[in-house]
Design a protein around this ligand. Structure first.
Ligand SMILES: *[C@@H]1O[C@H](CO)[C@@H](O)[C@H](O)[C@H]1NC(C)=O
Ligand SMILES: *[C@@H]1O[C@H](CO)[C@@H](O)[C@H](O)[C@H]1NC(C)=O
Ligand SMILES: *[C@@H]1O[C@H](CO)[C@@H](O)[C@H](O)[C@H]1NC(C)=O
Ligand SMILES: *[C@@H]1O[C@H](CO)[C@@H](O)[C@H](O)[C@H]1NC(C)=O
Ligand SMILES: *[C@@H]1O[C@H](CO)[C@@H](O)[C@H](O)[C@H]1NC(C)=O
Ligand SMILES: *[C@@H]1O[C@H](CO)[C@@H](O)[C@H](O)[C@H]1NC(C)=O
Ligand SMILES: *[C@@H]1O[C@H](CO)[C@@H](O)[C@H](O)[C@H]1NC(C)=O
Ligand SMILES: [Zn+2]
Length: 413
């Protein structure tokens, strides 16, 4: 039987609708539903056999990935620290019985950022430049991030994006936008588990495949990562260091991620932003700058970032991506992709950059209430995850959960 012309036309239209979308095309969308409509691009579908299952933790390296296995097996000297749980979930026994002496420099227990195993670099939890905010967001790429990224572009503002590998595979064009816009991209693991509750091999895989995903989609190999929920110890730091990943944490938490699950109110988050701003005025960052935890996770977290941007930009002397605050002009393994030095970034902004309203050398140049928006009090109707193990870890993987809601639709294609 031949297909009728009608069927053929419909099929072609469908194919046309599904025809390869582009980064620019996706970036031009403003409707949230359209931004989040599932799509696939050949770059990713052709590479799926080289990746573990999207949307699931990588508990072991796939047996046929001989390259990854060889890289993992070449790592020697991993500190002999037992996993603090199973399959990426911390065990209450470990939490309750962990020694107060903090032998593993376990951030979850003690906020430790200075490793006890020799040879490991300290974590970055502040930026070296005074009166400067290392500006970054976790858990992206979120599908409908265009309003947020448009805003950053309009401010000529770059940031550091800590991307979840699974989200990169689902939303590759959104990830490409980050690179096109000049943001720095770092690793936030494949499936957003508690890393200290994974075996050596699983921890390696969570990092390795996220590096591979970012490299596949954006062309760059990141050299920085942030542990989900900050959950890192010297064993995990060591494995990350063997993948050339610098560990980046924070000292201030907006707790924007807690609002979706009802563990914090929007007023709490506003107060957290305000206390950071007050600290600038009090001279807290006069010798060393700040890093605050904020998220590309929901409309609420992104809108809150937008609403607070003018205030942060006025309070701090400079808002810069973390690599810029470190003078890392070659933040990726590919040395031909360069970032401005701190001095160059700051001078390009104070000389006007793309925003003629900027003044007084402040990074944002927007002292007015211009970033105001109608939705600062709203939060998305997401249920959020609950029932996690400890206070610090009560935030499971809402970024992934958001992505998971799309999986059914993608699989149905
Ligand atoms: C590796 O094995 C998985 C099944 O475990 C398969 O889906 C994938 O295609 C294989 N990859 C390659 C490159 O052969
Ligand atoms: C951990 O994951 C493995 C593989 O999926 C599974 O067989 C095992 O039951 C899990 N263990 C726990 C305690 O969840
Ligand atoms: C300058 O910044 C303001 C917000 O502070 C923004 O509304 C405006 O579009 C920007 N101008 C340019 C040219 O980017
Ligand atoms: C949040 O959602 C509102 C309502 O749809 C929209 O107007 C706004 O642009 C969104 N904000 C961001 C940052 O996406
Ligand atoms: C960045 O480089 C400038 C000189 O180019 C120097 O003054 C500044 O201290 C450096 N900052 C860091 C964090 O290395
Ligand atoms: C950088 O070099 C890589 C090869 O290592 C190449 O694929 C890429 O296109 C180059 N990027 C730029 C911006 O020149
Ligand atoms: C671990 O402790 C938390 C709170 O302390 C509790 O909610 C959770 O149910 C416990 N988990 C297990 C497996 O006992
Ligand atoms: Zn996260």
């Amino acid at each position: 039987m031949h297909a009728s012309p009608f069927v053929t036309v419909v099929a072609l239209l469908l194919l046309g609708a599904r025809a390869e979308q582009t980064e620019q095309g996706e970036a031009a969308l403003t409707d949230d539903t359209a931004q989040c409509a599932p799509y696939s691009i050949a770059l990713v579908t052709n590479a799926l056999s080289s990746f573990p299952t999207i949307g699931q933790p990588v508990l072991s390296i796939p047996a046929n990935d001989t390259v990854a296995l060889a890289k993992f097996n070449a790592i020697t000297g991993i500190p002999n620290i037992a996993p603090k749980g199973v399959n990426g979930t911390l065990s209450n026994d470990t939490i309750n019985n962990y020694p107060a002496t903090d032998p593993d420099c376990w951030w979850t227990s003690s906020d430790c950022v200075t490793p006890k195993v020799s040879g490991l670099a300290p974590d970055i939890s502040s930026v070296p430049e005074p009166r400067t905010l290392g500006y970054g967001f976790d858990d992206g790429p979120f599908c409908s991030h265009n309003e947020f990224y448009n805003y950053l572009s309009a401010q000529n503002q770059k940031a550091t994006m800590f991307y979840i590998g699974t989200n990169v595979m689902w939303f590759p064009l959104q990830a490409q936008r980050a690179a096109a816009d000049g943001h720095q991209i770092c690793v936030h693991t494949w499936s957003h588990r508690a890393m200290t509750a994974l075996t050596n091999e699983a921890a390696f895989a969570e990092l390795y495949y996220t590096i591979q995903a970012i490299k596949l989609v954006t062309g760059v190999t990141p050299q920085c990562w942030r542990p989900p929920m900050g959950d890192v110890d010297d064993r995990i730091r060591y494995i990350a260091s063997k993948l050339n990943l610098e560990t980046i944490l924070w000292k201030y938490d907006s707790f924007d991620w807690k609002v979706a699950s009802g563990q914090a109110t929007t007023a709490d988050v506003t107060a957290n932003y305000q206390s950071l701003i007050t600290a600038v005025g009090a001279g807290t960052f006069d010798t060393v700058g700040a890093i605050m935890l904020t998220h590309e996770l929901t409309n609420y977290t992104m809108q809150t970032a937008v609403d607070n941007y003018p205030k942060l930009a006025e309070a701090f002397d400079h808002l810069v991506p973390i690599a810029v605050a470190q003078n890392k002009t070659q933040p990726y393994a590919e040395t031909n992709v360069t970032f401005p030095s701190f001095a160059a970034y700051v001078s390009s902004r104070s000389s006007g950059g793309s925003n003629s309203t900027s003044s007084s050398g402040a990074a944002g140049g927007s002292g007015s209430a211009k970033g105001s928006s109608p939705s600062s009090g709203s939060s998305q109707g997401t249920t959020g995850s609950s029932g996690a193990v400890s206070l610090q870890l009560s935030y499971a993987s809402s970024g992934l959960v958001a992505a998971l809601t799309l999986l059914g639709a993608i699989l149905a294609l």
